[in-house]
Design a protein around this ligand. Structure first.
Ligand code: GLC
Length: 436
């Protein structure tokens, strides 16, 4: 265990923790609370600071809407250094939105269920952590009910996302073909992200026009899910998002079993789980590519691109053993060359791959963390170790950044990571990597 690195990671987390009881992903670039960041951050805090871990989740769940929805960003302050902020999103348009917090009207991957279970795994005081879980778990269950009731128009157990920002993998090349089906107006706005970070590492202005346009469409329907399902040009079943839901279902079942006396909820979760896993395997697996892919529900066709999301079902016990083998073969064959760190966020053999740009190629620590546990669970110990060691090596040498070049030699003598620095989930998950 590398104590110096752990100390450094703890320093980053503490520095990003805010008075309001939540942690920003990083200073400057992301000054509010983000849904899936919060989950990963709570895992990092659970080791040394379980009170902060609990506060993080408590604050997130406090922003839940009456219909069970949990927003992707909670704008706790009036900081105007981020675009698009609360005045653009106008979450208040939805009749069930929080009366207490301003937020976006979109969500992010449902990590909170499995995060509660990880917090329990890590907690030194299991009784205290279970008491916390007991008082908060129903909110997470209601979040899952929201997804299955409102985001699954064909009743497949596979939920849709209506915006690339809901995926967490914001500007992945996976969305490129969808942009060609749209022709959004040219928005006039001031980008804030590019004043914090090199524009070469961020999406283009035209990409932002698409992002804003989809939000405007959702707003024109007051964020009504059924109307969004009918009209949004972006409507996707995302393997990463659905794998997180499935992983969280599994965690909720186990936690309710621990708590006891919740037979009905366990039954409901098990029914969701069975249907979701069966249709996930039927609909989202591409035999020819040997990988899971996204499905474009608006245009009724698979999006046949391989990204790190393609392997995330390993984390949620979705593939059978044979398919898991095939996935690892694909991962090593396409992403795992000796000259590369695992795991690039997008297929390095594709002409859409870009090693510097956001989700179009770089390594992300949260993805590596999920893949590590997935690989380990299926018995791929060696690849799991490699992914863990690659993550630690990158963080140690390139700093606590948001994302990293997957090329071992990228031609830079003094390399560092990309995007925001002192990045919370990179720090949080490094702690878990080093302590497990
Ligand atoms: C970026 C990432 C997203 C993350 C957010 C805050 O938008 O794409 O996944 O939640 O930053 O860190």
């Amino acid at each position: 265990m590398n104590q110096k690195l752990i100390n450094e990671a703890e320093r980053v987390l503490d520095a990003n923790f805010q008075k309001g009881g939540f942690t920003i992903p990083c200073k400057g670039l992301y000054p509010f609370q983000w849904k899936w960041d919060s989950g990963f951050i709570a895992i990092g805090f659970a080791y040394k600071n379980p009170e902060k871990a609990q506060m993080e989740i408590k604050t997130l769940l406090d922003a839940q809407w009456d219909n069970g929805f949990i927003p992707h960003i909670i704008f706790h302050t009036n900081d105007d250094s981020y675009f698009p902020g609360p005045d653009f999103h106008q979450s208040v348009l939805h009749p069930s939105s929080s009366k207490k917090y301003r937020s976006t009207g979109m969500t992010q991957p449902p990590v909170t269920g499995f995060v509660l279970k990880d917090m329990y795994r890590i907690a030194a005081d299991k009784t205290d952590m279970l008491a916390f879980i007991r008082t908060h778990i129903d909110k997470v269950f209601e979040n899952h009910r929201y997804f299955y009731t409102n985001r699954d128009p064909q009743d497949e157990g596979l939920v849709y996302i209506y915006h690339n920002w809901e995926s967490g993998t914001d500007n992945s090349p996976v969305w490129d073909d969808i942009w060609t089906t749209m022709n959004p107006p040219e928005y006039v706005f001031e980008r804030k992200d590019t004043s914090h970070v090199d524009p070469a590492e961020r999406p283009t202005k035209r990409e932002y026009d698409h992002y804003l346009h989809i939000i405007d469409i959702a707003k024109s329907h007051n964020y009504d899910d059924a109307k969004i399902a009918e009209t949004s040009p972006f409507l996707v079943q995302d393997p990463l998002f659905n794998a997180m839901l499935i992983k969280s279902n599994e965690a909720l079942i186990e936690l309710y079993q621990l708590i006891g006396g919740e037979a009905e909820k366990i039954e409901t979760l098990s029914a969701w789980q069975q249907k979701s896993i069966a249709n996930f395997n039927k609909k989202l697996y591409d035999d020819e590519l040997g990988a899971y892919v996204h499905y474009d529900l608006r245009n009724e066709k698979p999006i046949r691109q391989i990204s790190s999301s393609s392997f995330s079902p390993l984390f949620a016990n979705i593939p059978d053993k044979e398919r898991a083998h095939k996935l690892v073969e694909t991962m090593l064959g396409k992403f795992g060359g000796e000259d590369k760190y695992l795991c690039a966020s997008f297929d390095p053999s594709s002409d859409r791959f870009n090693p510097k740009k956001y989700w179009r190629g770089p390594v992300w620590i949260n993805m590596n963390w999920m893949l590590y546990y997935g690989l380990k669970n299926y018995g791929f110990a060696e690849v799991a170790e490699r992914i863990k060691n690659d993550s630690i090596a990158l963080l140690e040498r390139d700093g606590f950044f948001e994302y990293f070049d997957c090329r071992k030699d990228n031609g830079e003598a003094h390399r560092k990571g990309y995007g925001g620095g002192d990045f919370s989930w990179s720090a949080a998950l490094l702690i878990d990597f080093l302590k497990t």
